[in-house]
Design a protein around this ligand. Structure first.
Ligand code: ZN
Length: 301
């Protein structure tokens, strides 16, 4: 939000926040201008009635060897604030993949045989080509659709603590088949939608980018990888044993930085979500935290 200041000579300037409270020389007449200070930042409200979210910095600590993905979310001092769980359903999903492979094989055998039969019977050559194309390429699609359709959705639940007695927030995967887009609904414990977070996989090839809208569908912020080069290297090399991790910057609609999501350079897998650049507290911290967890678990790294 720019600061407006008018010089005694009549010149009007729109200055960036960082000049608030300082004295500048007017470029036009040379007179000193006192730039008014910003109003004090509003406190971070206990959003959704819960004090756990009323802060700018969150530490996400992954429990690495857990089969079901689990996290502690702590404050700056390391005091636990919340417990996050995103089950993987490994056994069920392996079953789903086998079912997909079986269905794909059945498709290949059936349409392959049908194509051969039509050819032997002297049928339309175009039909023969279409049947054999579907037998080969359609089988891949069948594998994917059956496996994805049978897999369990990977919802995220954020609890008060490890006892899981009290739910603070839920992040629900909106659909099983997520070929071009992936989307998640962020709900409070009463089921009221706080935000919707989504990405477009085609855009993600060059630079990973996730969008967040508020409960009413208005754009709130975007999280974008900070380095296109690292992003492209990761696309070709994968995470490269975890070395090619990138940070995300969080921007508002005008391109101003609101926060960042960084990997801490410690032995432990520890990420910091830092929203202190959002001095106006314009972003619901529940939506920001949900984005942090998705960036960590929703990108394969
Ligand atoms: Zn002036």
């Amino acid at each position: 939000m720019p600061v407006n200041v008018t010089c005694a000579c009549g010149a009007v300037y729109n200055l960036k926040d960082e000049y608030a409270g300082s004295r500048l020389a007017c470029p036009k007449c040379g007179a000193a201008i006192a730039v008014p200070a910003l109003p004090p930042a509003p406190p971070v409200h206990a959003q959704g009635g819960d004090a756990a979210f009323a802060r700018d910095k969150f530490l996400l600590n992954q429990q690495h060897l857990a089969i079901r993905e689990k996290y502690d979310v702590a404050d700056e001092a390391g005091t636990p604030l919340m417990f996050v769980e995103r089950p993987r359903y490994i056994f069920l999903n392996v079953l789903a993949i086998f079912a997909g492979l079986f269905a794909g094989l059945a498709n290949l055998v059936f349409f392959g045989a049908l194509g051969t039969g039509v050819k032997k019977g002297g049928g339309d050559p175009l039909l023969v080509i279409l049947l054999s194309l579907w037998a080969v390429y359609g089988s891949f699609l069948v594998v994917y659709l059956v496996a994805a359709g049978l897999a369990k959705k990977r919802h995220i639940t954020i609890y008060r603590d490890e006892s899981k007695a009290e739910t603070l927030l839920r992040v629900l995967q909106e659909s099983k088949i997520q070929i071009l887009t992936a989307s998640f609904a962020v709900l409070d414990p009463q089921g009221v939608r706080v935000a919707r977070i989504f990405k477009n996989r085609l855009q993600n090839i060059l630079r990973k980018r996730w969008y967040c809208h508020d409960g009413a569908g208005a754009a709130l912020f975007t999280a974008k990888e900070d380095s296109m080069i690292l992003s492209m290297l990761r696309f070709f090399l994968g995470s490269f044993f975890g070395l090619l991790r990138t940070n995300y910057m969080i921007y508002d609609r005008g391109g101003n930085i609101l926060g960042e999501f960084n990997r801490k350079l410690t032995i432990l897998d520890r990420y910091v979500l830092d929203m202190s650049a959002d001095s106006r507290r314009s972003i619901d911290r529940r939506a920001a935290l949900a984005m942090g967890v998705l960036l960590d678990t929703g990108e394969k790294r």
